[in-house]
Design a binder for this molecule. Structure first.
Ligand SMILES: *Cc1c(COP(=O)(O)O)cnc(C)c1O
Length: 392
């Protein structure tokens, strides 16, 4: 006999999902209504308004895709890339590699601009690639590379692209709600995010937004979008402005209540305040970690506040540390991915997880765990170092 599933209560400080507020969880438990119910449609309109606000855009084509961040990525590529199109993809971690994979699977001509893992995308390399490839149609890059913790200069990269008459696809899965994004101000043409990182909603939905330039490109395609589900022309029949809502797919009704609530919470706090909170908790965590004698993978100027990659000290069993944190403290942190596997821990301070309480809890739990494993670090300083950042 299999019984009901009751998950343990965890503190989520990995690369996502992040802690979900009880407000969001209780919104999710409200009555399911029909996905074409007029009250549901009113709620959908509010989700669109709040997403526009969070992305800082007036783009009419702004909506949540009913699938995780990876589907948002695929939605942008499948609509904007046609067979034979030259696409410049910047790779400085795992997610840029997935973008490249999308381009080749769609029959695009891939131009890869590489930077090392832990470094941001180098604008001069992008400028050179745009000069070398005047036929390029799209530039794609990851704003917040969750596999390394590096933040790239989205504003500068988008300016280079628009000066060259090239459309941009920006991965903002980990950035939305955690650091500044200005879709209209920076001239981003297609952007996708995810609900389980800095929005602190349950996983499984991907907000996207497309500019008028992007829509023009989609409208003038030679062939229909090869994915039926992700074809924006069809999805908009369901999500479109004032559209007489037509059935496209059954929206994940309760998951959208959750997204609605998490956006209400983000707007109550204010975008600027949310970004400032992420920044101050990151600075406190960094002070604590560095006081132990540990170091960061990314240099100070390019660190994401919401994703902290910490170099594993020599001789430490990194998986053992993570499992002790989980067993003894019910605290989840992330392992390294790709070339950083086994070399780093990834500590997330995303959305609801970005709190003073979590920073201090993590530092003392990590220190106790090091002590248990007799790791040689500087003991007894980290909490104080973090506190002094908050006091300053
Ligand atoms: C998490 C993540 C994704 C993928 O999102 P899923 O919801 O896991 O599909 C894509 N890009 C970046 C930068 C991410 O951090």
């Amino acid at each position: 006999m299999i019984n009901s599933f009751y998950p343990p209560s965890r503190t989520l400080m990995g690369p996502g999902p992040s802690d979900v507020s009880p407000r969001v969880l209780s919104a999710m438990a409200r009555n399911t209504i029909g996905h074409l119910d007029p009250r549901f449609i009113e709620m959908m309109d509010e989700v669109k308004i709040m997403l526009k606000h969070a992305f800082k855009t007036e783009n009419e084509l702004t909506m949540p895709i009913s699938a995780p961040g990876s589907a948002g990525m695929e939605c942008c590529f499948v609509n904007l890339v046609e067979e034979g199109d030259t696409v410049i993809v910047c790779q400085n971690g795992v997610f840029g590699g997935r973008m490249a994979e999308n381009v080749t699977r769609l029959g695009g001509k891939l131009v890869l601009v590489e930077d090392s893992w832990g470094a941001p995308v180098t604008p001069a390399k992008v400028e050179q690639a745009l000069r070398d490839h005047p036929e390029a149609r799209v530039l794609a890059f990851v704003h917040a590379e969750t596999s390394t913790g590096a933040c790239s200069d989205a504003k500068t990269l988008c300016k280079l692209a628009s000066d060259a008459g090239v459309l941009t696809i920006v991965d903002a899965v980990t950035s939305l709600g955690g650091i500044e994004i200005d879709v209209d101000g920076w001239g981003i043409d297609a952007i996708y995010s995810g609900t389980q990182k800095c929005l602190s909603c349950t996983p499984g939905i991907s907000p996207v937004s497309f500019s008028q330039r992007a829509i023009d490109k989609i409208t003038n395609r030679n062939k229909p979008v090869p994915s039926w589900f992700l074809d924006t022309n069809l999805v908009m029949g369901y999500w479109g402005a004032g559209a007489k809502r037509a059935y496209h797919h059954t929206a994940p009704v309760n998951a959208l209540y959750a997204l609605h609530e998490s956006l209400v919470m983000l707007l109550e706090e204010g975008l600027d305040n949310a970004w400032a909170r992420h920044r101050s908790n990151h600075l406190a965590l960094a002070a604590g970690v560095e006081s132990m004698g540990l170091s960061f993978v990314v240099d100070e100027d390019h660190r994401l506040p919401q994703l902290n990659s910490i170099t594993i000290p020599e001789g430490v069993d990194e998986a053992k540390v993570r499992s002790l944190l989980l067993e003894n403290y019910s605290l989840e942190i992330g392992a390294g991915l790709g070339v950083l596997a086994g070399k780093v821990w990834r500590v997330g301070l995303m959305g609801e997880s970005s709190t003073r309480r979590n920073v201090l809890y993590f530092l003392s739990a990590l220190e106790n765990t090091f002590n248990e494993l007799s790791v040689d670090i500087n003991y007894g300083k980290s909490v104080k170092a973090a506190q002094s950042v908050y006091d300053a």
